[in-house]
Design a protein around this ligand. Structure first.
Ligand code: HEC
Ligand code: HEC
Ligand code: HEC
Ligand code: HEC
Ligand code: HEC
Length: 495
């Protein structure tokens, strides 16, 4: 498929503008353009002197939903924003275009490659859950709405409107469904079915989702993040945190992304409300504890009957545990670099893998050449994949051994204990598997999570052999085995 075809397809499916809206937009644009011509000539003259682009071609308001209108004021940002449509591979990241045959149910002609085909063990980990049927590599923002509408996880399963919150430009949807009250609109979306909700969406995340139209400063538009980050801050002793009032500009450069690139669940007791499990903190142990107390689970495992939690894209949580977050380096620093040679700051809105241009992405702080930087990343990712494979084999082995134990009459208590460890091993592995940096965002932390996963798999195996909860919960080196060592008088070197 040629670039032009991709463009054309995107052009027709981007935004469901009604005829009247288009007409109003055209008339408005004409009036504004006419009225401003004289001013423009004047401004354009001055622009050549100062190299300052004109930011006031059109008046933006909190109901200017269409990014193309914002693009008239900010053409450079808009052009780079449209490039999120492009696909391409890095060693581990990026995305690979796959040709699809458009059909009634799925009109896409280009998809992204399957992660299930990359690693069939995923189907065993998620047996009994929609993810075992379809899971693709993420691609650019331009695709987010279509990829959600036509994934088999939506086509073959009933999903709630809650899904939409991270896959579309939402201010328009919230306004429409809440009659101007965005919080009310959020509640309405969550309570709908996905097929109802998605009809109200007209395109992917847009300028209005991240920017205040009056000042262009960054802002949070997702109620789930407002609540989630307040709970996280409260766990750190900060009460009444209001992200749009209290966050610094630097923090906002990560928080705008953290509205979506996070672990989440739907709170069934609260009308399927989108919720981030951060009330204990956002380290994986805190999230695990939160889910244990809450009792939330995602599915029953088809092979073992275990209650399993599924993790999703915790980029923000994992980044939070790394050296870059410690040093105040934001998501935007690496994924939205800016051209330092330009007279004015122009942030690259083509959000993608930083490795396509490591000089621009990392060069502000690291003086190594691009090749060296890419190699440093890939070395960390290689090590991550080796450990991830080991943890994965340990989990699959546990799953098969539980299945065998069920067939061979292992007692129910031992099986249940093994199932609990399966859930832990699965969630910890899934947490770093579904995080999309292949360990880069926090290499040491990610390795420690994989060790915890492997440990849980090992505990599960011991449970199948009859070890009790007490045996397993004791930290084995410091407690259980420490006493035994005293008795090992059979060992020459201990006598
Ligand atoms: C220090 C730089 C840096 C920071 C800070 C950073 N990232 Fe990344 N990110 C990377 C690198 C490098 C990769 C790996 C890209 C690859 O393998 O091609 C990556 C990968 C990703 C991917 C997968 C991209 C792909 O092409 O597959 C996503 C999504 C992502 N990051 C989101 C975030 C979010 C959200 C934040 C903030 C919470 C963040 N990143 C912070 C450097 C960074
Ligand atoms: C909290 C925000 C959030 C919610 C809610 C959410 N997603 Fe996503 N989704 C993302 C992010 C971020 C990515 C890209 C990173 C990735 O693929 O791991 C993504 C990727 C995807 C993809 C492409 C990759 C894949 O998984 O195959 C599909 C399809 C998808 N989501 C479907 C859904 C469905 C269906 C729901 C509701 C059950 C849903 N999403 C709810 C944030 C969200
Ligand atoms: C409204 C929710 C939302 C917000 C806000 C958001 N993302 Fe995403 N992001 C997604 C979804 C969904 C996808 C996957 C789209 C798909 O595969 O169709 C994605 C994909 C990506 C990718 C993969 C791109 C590729 O080409 O492989 C990167 C990198 C990324 N996002 C980084 C970021 C960063 C950095 C920010 C903040 C500046 C951010 N995102 C803000 C939802 C979001
Ligand atoms: C996912 C969030 C996100 C979306 C969507 C988004 N931006 Fe931005 N934008 C940012 C971030 C982050 C910055 C850097 C802000 C800072 O450093 O204070 C930025 C900066 C800007 C700036 C300030 C000048 C500059 O380039 O640094 C302008 C103007 C701008 N964006 C325009 C747009 C336009 C126009 C659109 C829609 C076509 C858009 N943005 C969509 C996140 C976003
Ligand atoms: C805004 C500044 C900044 C940017 C941009 C940045 N880094 Fe860093 N990076 C740092 C700082 C600060 C440290 C911590 C240095 C230390 O503590 O010694 C660091 C540490 C690292 C480390 C060591 C990691 C570890 O766990 O010890 C690697 C590797 C790295 N950066 C790679 C990258 C890559 C690749 C990019 C671009 C994708 C990048 N950085 C972008 C500031 C930055």
């Amino acid at each position: 498929m040629s670039e032009n075809e991709t463009q054309a397809e995107v052009g027709t499916t981007r935004r469901g503008w009604t005829a009247s809206k288009v007409l109003i937009a055209v008339v408005l644009t004409a009036v504004v353009t006419f009225g401003m011509t004289a001013l423009l000539v004047n401004i354009l003259e001055r622009r050549t002197e100062s190299a300052q682009p004109n930011h006031n071609v059109v008046e933006l308001s909190d109901t200017t939903y269409d990014p193309a209108v914002w693009g008239q004021n900010y053409p450079q940002q808009y052009e780079s924003y449209l490039r999120t449509e492009e696909m391409g591979l890095t060693v581990y990241g990026g995305s690979q275009p796959i040709e699809l045959t458009p059909s009634e149910t799925d009109p896409r002609s280009v998809g992204s490659s399957s992660r299930l085909e990359d690693d069939p063990r995923l189907r065993i980990m998620w047996a009994g859950y929609a993810f075992a049927k379809g899971y693709t590599h993420a691609r650019g923002h331009e695709w987010m709405l279509e990829d959600q509408r036509y994934t088999v996880r939506v086509l073959d399963f009933n999903q709630p409107g809650t899904c939409l919150n991270c896959h579309a430009s939402m201010p328009e949807v919230y306004d429409e469904l809440g009659n101007g009250d965005r919080e009310a609109g959020f509640d309405t979306v969550n309570a709908m079915t996905y097929s109802e909700a998605t009809q109200h969406a007209s395109g992917p995340v847009a300028c209005i989702d991240c920017h205040d139209p009056d000042t262009m400063s960054l802002r949070i538009t997702r109620p789930a993040f407002v609540t989630g980050i307040a709970a996280l801050k409260a766990s750190e002793g900060i009460e009444d945190y209001d992200v749009n009032r209290d966050a610094t500009t630097d923090e906002m450069r990560s928080y705008v992304c953290a509205q979506c690139h996070v672990e989440y669940y739907f709170d069934g007791d609260a009308g399927n409300r989108l919720t981030f499990p951060w009330a204990e903190g956002n380290h994986i142990d805190d999230i695990w504890k939160y889910y244990e107390e809450d009792g939330h689970i995602d599915f029953e495992h088809e092979i073992t009957g275990a209650s399993i939690l599924k993790a999703q894209h915790p980029e923000f949580e994992i980044w939070s545990q790394g050296v870059h977050a410690d040093a105040g380096v934001s998501c935007a620093d690496c994924h939205m670099s800016y051209d330092r040679s330009a007279a004015q700051k122009v942030t690259d809105h083509h959000i993608n893998s930083p490795l396509f241009d490591a000089n621009a992405s990392c060069g502000t702080c690291h003086s190594d050449d691009a090749e060296t930087l890419v190699n440093r990343v890939v070395t960390l990712q290689d090590r991550f994949v080796v450990s991830r494979n080991q943890a994965f084999d340990a989990l699959v082995s546990l799953i098969y051994n539980i299945e065998e134990g069920m067939a061979n009459g292992v007692d129910e208590d031992s099986l249940d204990l093994a199932r609990e460890y399966q859930n832990k091993a699965s969630f910890y592995l899934d947490f770093v598997y579904s995080e999309n940096s292949y360990g880069f965002h926090a290499p040491d932390y990610t390795q420690s999570v994989l060790i915890d996963s492997m440990d849980a798999s090992r505990m599960g195996e011991l449970a199948l052999e009859g070890a009790s909860r007490e045996d397993l919960e004791a930290s084995e080196v410091t407690q259980k085995y420490a006493q035994d060592i005293e008795d090992r008088s059979d060992l020459e070197f201990l006598r």
